[in-house]
Design a binder for this molecule. Structure first.
Ligand code: PLP
Length: 396
């Protein structure tokens, strides 16, 4: 019999799409190959080099011969740094030996958490729009993603009242991403408190994605975490990583924080995924998290200036509205006035005006009508982009 490569895929592939973000990357490359000067608002990663002291620590480690397998939970010095940082940021004490697992990026932490904690049929509450890995990873694990629409007028925050309406006997988990991708919005402390009460009352696990927690423009230096709420540290898995605040996305490093018991569940799956992260890479990360934080604070300051350019620019365009982003490096403007769909507006901006954004619909149905702008590019590019965007939208 002839082998049919089309039909050999596992049926779970029908539940997950190819990434809509990657498609834009390909379109941008094609335009640049034609010599177009594209405004890069599509990339959700910092444009900065990784700070020098971090690179030096990784190089020293490599030269020292740290080229063998590391422990599956991560090297002790890195786990210690992560635990100490978590204590500073959340006020909750964390045991580096039993509560921290170093992952190959936050994304590995998400997939491992779902595979370790979700049974077929379990329902998982996810904000819509949201970082699209959540929905896909729940589906891969056999769970049922229950998307809860979030609204511009509520700062795109998942609210306890909306969550409450979705909880039933099959609900196992709530996923929070705060500061959010694609919206840049942050769930306030009082709402986290209410969500925590719901989780406790209904015996739910909470996955709290805090990868942008230190890129926060509020009064505190870090966004509030549900892990800090009373009774939550035992039922929360924090997902975090080095890609954003430390500008280390290509290093592929992240971590989870959870109770010793939950961490053991994650570890079991983890031993069959990447097993461990590259040893010398982890030594670089240990320097990143425990040594001089000035270069990262400077990057955050640069994001804050760019945010002002983008927010002021968007506010000045007639027909555009915006939920104020207070974290991450995203803005999520409403462009419903400019086209039949946000995919059309994104295509028009890219093809006619060389502005690369991501259609909000990529992040969920409730993202339709919005564009994700990643201001993780230089201030000059942000200014150029705002001027171009004004011209482009005025023409419609
Ligand atoms: C909310 C969120 N979580 C996780 C990730 C993945 O991070 P990593 O590069 O550490 O896998 C991203 C990347 O954009 C993100 O926005």
């Amino acid at each position: 019999m002839n082998f049919n490569p089309q039909e050999c895929a596992a049926s779970r592939l029908d539940l997950i799409p190819f990434s809509g973000i990657r498609k834009v990357f390909d379109a941008v490359s094609a335009l640049e190959a034609q010599g177009k000067d594209v405004v890069h608002w599509q990339i959700g990663r910092p444009d900065f080099d990784t700070p020098v002291h971090i690179k030096e620590a990784a190089k020293t480690s490599l030269d020292r011969g740290d080229v063998h397998y590391a422990p599956s939970t991560g090297i002790p010095i890195l786990r210690k740094g992560i635990a100490e940082r978590t204590e500073i940021d959340t006020g909750v004490s964390v045991d580096p030996d039993t509560q921290v697992i170093v992952m190959a990026g936050a994304n590995e932490g998400i997939l491992v958490s779902m595979l370790a904690l979700i049974n077929p049929g379990d329902e998982v509450i996810i904000a819509d729009p949201n970082w699209h890995h959540y929905k896909s990873c729940v589906s891969i694990a056999g769970g049922v993603p229950i998307e809860v629409e979030t609204k511009e007028e509520h700062g795109f925050n998942l609210r306890s009242d909306d969550i409450k309406n979705k909880i039933n006997s099959n609900t196992k988990m709530i996923c929070l991403t705060s500061p959010g991708n694609p919206t840049g919005c942050v769930i306030p402390e009082d709402e986290l408190q209410k969500i925590a009460s719901l989780a406790i009352e209904n015996d739910l696990i909470v996955i709290s994605d805090e990868i942008y927690s230190r890129i926060y423009f509020g009064e505190e230096s870090v966004a509030p975490s549900i892990f800090s709420q009373s009774g939550m540290s035992e039922r929360t898995v924090i997902i975090n990583g080095f890609s954003k605040f430390f500008s280390m996305d290509g290093w592929r490093l992240g971590w989870t924080i959870a109770s010793p018991e939950i961490s053991r569940h994650l570890l079991k799956i983890r031993q069959y995924t990447t097993v461990c992260v590259n040893t010398f890479i982890q030594h670089g990360a240990a320097a990143a998290i425990a040594e001089d934080q000035t270069p990262m604070e400077e990057m955050k300051e640069a994001f804050s200036l760019r945010r002002n350019i983008i927010v002021d620019g968007l506010k000045s365009i007639k027909g555009v509205s915006l939920a104020l982003p207070t974290g991450a490096f995203y803005a999520f403007p409403n462009v419903k006035a400019f086209g039949p769909s946000s995919a059309d507006v994104a295509d028009y901006l890219l093809n006619e005006h060389a502005i690369a954004t991501i259609d909000g619909g990529v992040f969920g149905k409730a993202g339709e009508g919005y564009l994700r702008i990643a201001y993780s590019c230089s201030s000059e590019e942000c200014e150029k982009g705002v001027e171009r965007l004004k011209t482009a939208l005025e023409k419609i």
